[in-house]
Design a protein around this ligand. Structure first.
Ligand code: ADP
Length: 505
């Protein structure tokens, strides 16, 4: 029996076969994958959507800029949609799968060179396949005292994919896009754009000054389908002389608002060097136990039970963590200030260990997936003003909707500064079709409710991109579409990414 062939939308099987032959000439036959078994890693998703909806037709593994250009030439000729990935994890947002069925994956993991490290200016220039672990090891092997900032799934993923999605981490460099400097982008027609200072023939500042001259373009290539990023400049954090990581615990759920009111001014005045993350008790419990060990009933685990079991493990209703970095002399007065501020808002302050705030990569965040088991995960990533009232409203909104679908509220509210990122993990058993459908319906309702209340979603999975894009209004969509048509008239690059399609009104 011949394997089932998935074709890109609107592409005949003759064109598709010709395109595959073209890809083979560009990257070599071994790097064009089309057998279902070879495509499994690109098909496997955690989000609550059937795999068929996001099934790729093939994968092409390019190893250089010129191969990327060659692949694009083939795509333009045969109108083949191509979905670029770097390390291809994007867990809980769609993994390596494309937004729409039938796209060809352009896997850039073979482009994994660390091209430059400048220990004086504290910068790096990397290719898409570089992982945080690889960069970490590279710096360590050379005794270069620079720290990395990485997301929860740190060791497995890389700075290019995460920065392009505007991901965040836990140190003073937590906003990854704000600490990126200079991109090399291959446009759909194969031209190569170097952003910022990168266009100067003998440029010396590509990784040190972000803006160059004229419109600042880098943002156009994040959460977008306007180009393929083949190099990215990064700013790295000089290792601090010392640091103290602290935990502040609030015993009651309603203390969330007071905690946020305490953190914001400390952040805005620069007393707290990194964003302060408030994690709720259920989320913390995923590190020490599983849902089934606590509760076999239906609906979310009852609050009293969560708090009771939490107490046995030293977990409170809300658990804030942050670090102070610097010399002991710099840290001492800030430690005093924060301790007094937190205590006066009812928080209990203690020392804490958290490698993610101190350049230590780990896989510990994955315990979240064991809470229910079955491999389902989707993130509700929303943003609000960093005000106590908004934090409380978001919490109540999310918890109420999740409860109606029988799901636990696993939340982290991170005060970055003026904004608060409210990241809710929805975990479910993906093997159970009813549970998956429930999670899907619940997620849609959450997006709609948050939008109605003026809280936007700042990052979305491949199954939710259209809904979220619509929530930002018609003009924004029209401008995105105009840019798309100008930069990618054949619509070959990642159609549907961030809700941007070439066709349509
Ligand atoms: P990670 O493995 O770090 O989680 P991915 O490599 O999965 O990140 O990338 C996340 C998303 O970012 C991809 O699904 C894709 O839409 C986009 N992306 C990744 N790499 C590139 C790139 N080099 N150029 C353009 N877009 C990219």
């Amino acid at each position: 029996m011949s394997p089932r062939v998935v074709l890109p939308a609107g592409v005949s099987s003759t064109s598709f076969e010709r395109a595959l032959a073209g890809f083979q000439r560009v990257v070599g036959p071994a790097y064009v994958l089309r057998d279902p078994a070879q495509l499994l890693p690109y098909r496997k998703i955690m989000i609550p959507a059937p795999e068929d909806e996001h099934e790729p037709s093939a994968a092409v593994l390019a190893s250089s800029l010129s191969e990327v250009q060659g692949v694009l030439a083939v795509c333009n000729r045969y109108k083949i949609p191509i979905w670029p990935i770097s390390t291809g994890r994007n867990l809980g947002f769609g993994s390596a799968a494309p937004a729409t069925r039938g796209q060809v994956i352009l896997d850039l993991k073979r482009m994994d060179r660390i091209l430059e490290i400048d220990p004086v200016l504290c910068t790096a220039l990397v290719e898409p396949g570089v992982t945080y672990q690889q960069l970490h090891d590279h710096l360590k092997d050379r005794s270069i005292d620079l720290w990395l900032d990485f997301p929860g799934d740190g060791p497995l993923v890389g700075p290019v994919g995460n920065t392009l999605e505007r991901g965040t981490g836990r140190t003073a460099y937590a906003d990854h896009f704000a600490h990126a400097c200079g991109m090399e982008v291959v446009l759909a027609d194969g031209r190569v754009l170097r952003t910022g200072m990168g266009g100067l023939p003998n440029g010396t500042c590509w990784q040190s000054f972000r803006y160059g001259y004229g419109p600042y373009l880098d943002g156009l290539f994040t959460q977008s389908s306007f180009g393929i990023v083949t190099k990215l400049g990064l700013w790295l954090m000089p290792a601090p002389a010392s640091y103290r990581t602290l935990l502040v615990q609030y015993g009651r759920d309603r203390d969330l608002a007071a905690a946020v009111e305490t953190i914001r001014p400390l952040r805005l005045r620069g007393v707290l060097a990194n964003p302060c993350a408030l994690t709720n008790a259920t989320h913390m419990l995923t590190a020490v136990t599983r849902r089934a060990e606590l509760f076999q009933g239906t609906g979310p685990v009852p609050d009293d039970l969560v708090l009771d079991v939490g107490r046995q493990h030293g977990i409170a209703a809300w658990n804030a963590t942050f670090s102070l970095y610097g010399t002991p002399e710099q840290i001492a007065p800030n430690l005093d200030l924060v301790t007094r501020a937190f205590q006066s808002s009812g928080g209990r302050v203690s020392e804490y260990r958290d490698g993610s705030q101190a350049n230590e990569l780990s896989l510990s965040a994955f315990s979240l997936l064991d809470w229910v088991g079955g491999g389902g995960l989707t993130w509700l990533a929303t943003v609000s003003p960093a005000r106590g009232t908004d934090a409380a409203q978001q919490r109540d909104l999310a918890r109420g909707i999740l409860a109606r679908y029988g799901l636990d509220y696993l939340a982290r509210a991170t005060v970055h500064g003026r904004d608060l990122h409210h990241l809710v993990a929805m975990v479910f058993d993906r093997r159970d079709l009813t549970a998956m459908q429930q999670a899907r319906d619940c997620f849609r309702e959450l997006v709609a409710a948050f939008t109605d209340n003026g809280y936007g979603v700042y990052r979305a999975g491949i199954d939710a991109m259209d809904d979220v894009a619509r929530s930002y209004g018609d003009t924004r969509r029209e401008v995105n579409r105009a840019l798309k048509r100008a930069l990618d008239p054949n619509g070959i690059l990642a159609p549907g990414k961030s809700g941007i399609h070439v066709g349509g009104a």
